[in-house]
Design a protein around this ligand. Structure first.
Ligand code: NDP
Length: 451
């Protein structure tokens, strides 16, 4: 008779470490989830016998490919591209494409793993995937970016499809890059299908997709505060990043009565004690996205603000922190400082911005702490709605989509309450999100048998 493989957490993680050498980000993401899942499945023999967590932590496939392109001086450049298809138990693979020099297999595997749980939390039928390249769009001309995107899609197209795998944008991939890639996909296949999301409104894109991640992270924050009888009115908010997620999160905070005092980029952060108003956020959007400028230029534009080179904003006293730049940008020491300075809530716009030590600090301090897989799911949720609109060949109104986004974020919050409420009433949002996301994917996998 077969004996079920009922290992403990350290043994499980030893295996993950051994099978994924030199992939620290992936191991970190699995560890964070496994810590909660092991206690949840302790008395659920079926999940052990079917090795469900072990299977989710092993991507269905990792496609790696060469991307050649010519720069404006006629030099041949060679990049690496990937698509990680982590799990399609509940729907087609879905997740963004990231173009950044720091991209490697470990980073994309961690993002695809996280995406699997996040997509399950939205309640929409989407599996988890992620992809990208170590291509650095900074300093490249528009024509160079176009040639790179076309070359990237010339390989990627054979691995994706509206019912197979639907990529979207992420760091370094915005509407322009999606347009170039969609154009190339259509040119190669001759098919006009919803194979990418984040498209322009003229050719199948959805209203509110650009705003959805940042707005959603703030809606989730508002739900957490409401649970404690509070709101954003008059709260001081520290935001990191100055890209798509950060600027839209900042915008929604201001609209709900909060005061945003920082933004950042990979060079450093700006501190504006007077508050970063909607007009100032508009300037940042223009400056960072359209002029490809640096956040440090803000201080020349707005007096009273200071620039802190090479620093992150976590030492600025605040009520709420919104990390919206990149992974591992908020470390254990930063988390301690935030708590010491009176921060009561953290909502992650970025993916895994807090390292494991930081997560443990927030959990121990019992502040309101929403992990990215719950808080930033609004983006992929509206991507899911874009897929629905493409399938139906129609476009929903902005007011309908705004309401759907609000409902989805509230639904995710409720799922976290269901699985994260502790005996003393405290809500462990990390645990709630991990278990709710896991359970949906795991139960689908159980239905399929051993495949
Ligand atoms: P953008 O490319 O629009 O902006 C990224 C921002 O983060 C920029 O301000 C960038 O600074 C900064 N940044 C990037 N790398 C680093 C680094 N190593 N150190 C410090 N700052 C850095 O990306 P998004 O706003 O779309 O994405 C931000 C985060 O949100 C990512 O973790 C992404 O995975 C996550 N996310 C995004 C979603 C979306 O819909 N866009 C959906 C869900 C999650 P600089 O300009 O100097 O590079």
């Amino acid at each position: 008779m077969a004996v079920s493989d009922h290992v403990d957490l350290p043994t499980f993680m030893e295996g993950v470490n051994k099978r994924n050498p030199h992939q620290p980000e992936f191991v970190q993401a699995v560890q964070e989830v496994a810590e909660d899942i092991f206690s949840f499945i302790e008395d659920k023999e079926e999940y052990h016998a079917q090795q469900i967590l072990r299977r989710i932590a092993e991507p269905d496939r990792v496609v790696s490919f060469r991307v050649c392109w010519e720069d404006d001086n006629g030099n041949v450049r060679v990049q690496r591209g990937w698509r990680v298809q982590n799990n399609n138990a509940i729907g087609p693979y879905k997740g963004g494409l990231r173009f950044h020099p720091s991209v490697n297999e470990s980073v994309l595997k961690f993002l695809a793993f996280e995406q699997t749980f996040k997509n399950a939390l939205t309640g929409l039928p989407m599996g988890g995937g992620k992809g990208g390249s170590n291509f650095n769009p900074k300093g490249k001309s528009v024509r160079e970016i176009m040639r790179f995107c076309q070359s990237f899609m010339t390989e990627l197209y054979r691995h994706i499809g509206a019912d197979v795998d639907v990529p979207a944008g992420d760091i370094g991939v915005g509407a322009r890059e999606i347009g170039f890639m969609f154009g190339q996909y259509k040119r190669i296949t001759g098919h006009f299908t919803g194979v990418l999301t984040g498209k322009g409104l003229e050719y199948g894109g959805s209203l509110i997709r650009p705003e959805a991640t940042g707005y959603g992270a703030v809606y989730f924050l508002a739900n957490m505060l409401r649970e404690r009888g509070q709101d954003l009115q008059g709260k001081t908010v520290v935001v990191s990043g100055s890209g798509n997620v950060a600027t839209h999160a900042a915008e929604k905070v201001v609209q709900l009565g909060g005061k945003v005092v920082t933004l950042s980029d990979s060079g450093g952060f700006i501190h504006d004690p007077d508050g970063i108003t909607l007009e100032k956020i508009q300037w940042v959007k223009q400056h960072k996205t359209h002029r490809r400028g640096r956040i440090e230029d803000y201080v020349a534009e707005y007096t009273g603000a200071t620039y802190h080179e090479g620093k992150t904003p976590w030492g600025v006293p605040c009520d709420v922190a919104l990390p919206c730049a990149t992974q591992n940008e908020l470390l254990g020491e930063d988390a301690k400082l935030l708590v010491k300075n009176g921060c009561i809530a953290v909502s992650e716009g970025a993916n895994m911005p807090t390292d494991l030590a930081g997560v443990h600090v927030f959990k121990a301090a019992r502040i309101l702490y929403a992990p990215g897989k719950a808080a930033n799911a609004g983006g992929v949720a509206v991507s899911g709605l874009e897929m629905s609109q493409n399938s139906e060949r129609r476009a929903w109104k902005e007011s309908e989509l705004q309401q759907m986004l609000l409902d989805i974020m509230e639904g995710i919050h409720n799922s976290c309450l269901t699985y994260g409420r502790q005996p003393d009433g405290h809500i462990d949002y990390v645990k709630g999100a991990n278990i709710a996301g896991f359970k949906k994917v795991a139960d689908a996998m159980l239905a399929f048998g051993v495949v």
